[in-house]
Design a binder for this molecule. Sequence first.
Ligand code: F6R
Length: 365
Amino acid sequence: SKGNHRHFMSKEIYEQPDTISHTLSNYVNFAERKVQLPQELPFDFAKLSRLTISSCGGSYYAAMIAKYWFEKYARLPVEVDIASEFRYREPPMEKDGLALFVSQSGETADTLAALRYCVSQDQHIASIVNVAESTIARESDVVFPTLCGPEICVASTKATTAQQTVLATLAIAAGKQRGILSDAQEAEMVDALAKLPGAMSKALASEPKIASLDKSLSKAKDVFYLGRGALYPVALEGALKFKEITYIHAEGYAAGELKHGPIALIDEKVPVVVVAPSDALLEKTLSNMHEVAARGGNIILITDEAGAKQAGPDINEIILMPEVHELVQPIVATVPVQLLAYHTAVFMGTDVDQPRNLAKSVTVE
Ligand code: F6R
């Protein structure tokens, strides 16, 4: 049931502090400040020269975030691709590599086909799924469940952040096994994860501000989402969710790439959502944002207190997030982009939980 929510989407967005807390309790030993995976690993991260991740849609964007994490915290090169491209590329793979598949349903046809290709290439097969008895789970050597409960709304929300959470713990585990992260660094990252459910609640508190933008967003013909680093996939996720349920064209871009073409589309009618919490890259992203503002773009900045202080006067709206460890910034920043899509869709009266032309489980290729 939807409880006291109007839509499953809203219910599932609001469940996230609890679902993440539950997921973490299965992947982290908070008392010892260590990651503790629910499964023995049938491979050694220290022996890998590469990790290959394939998935589709929102699950692909979760994988893209993980690429930044594995490369930064475990110095493990990651290849990530959309499953429907990966499978037909017939990429060469070194024997005994690790192939990871991310899927809420565990039934996505292209992801399953990519998995079977990797079996033929003698890869270790790992998957992150929400449906434990799914085909992808059954055909994997090791399964990491996201444990967020059934997701009803077609647009994925709590499953996406649960995938991100599991991927973060795997990246830490890899960093430890590869001797990149010290015990102290692991402890610091585990503390950041411990604070994540509370940070998700704080992120949800931005809802009234976000709801107030529904009318102006509903009039847009195009909406841009910009991010850099691990926030770039969050921009892509935001644009996907927005177009999926509002039927308004939205596009996610790496902040630094806008000036190579798409900035030609910016005028005062185009809202530009900039996902930029305070981190090492903030200054660069803000300078991209000012380029957009100078062309009349209507800036909606998602940042934290420290970021807001640096941002300058040419911003139309600021959506404030709590200040969190860099590791969990993408997970926290996923909440406001979910809410932006949700409120605009509700304002427009679309079928939020069952958007047109879409199905929850995509079993056609
Ligand atoms: C977007 C969305 C889809 C799915 C994609 C993959 O909100 O839900 O893009 O992420 O169809 O589905 P799974 O994760 O079941 O493989």
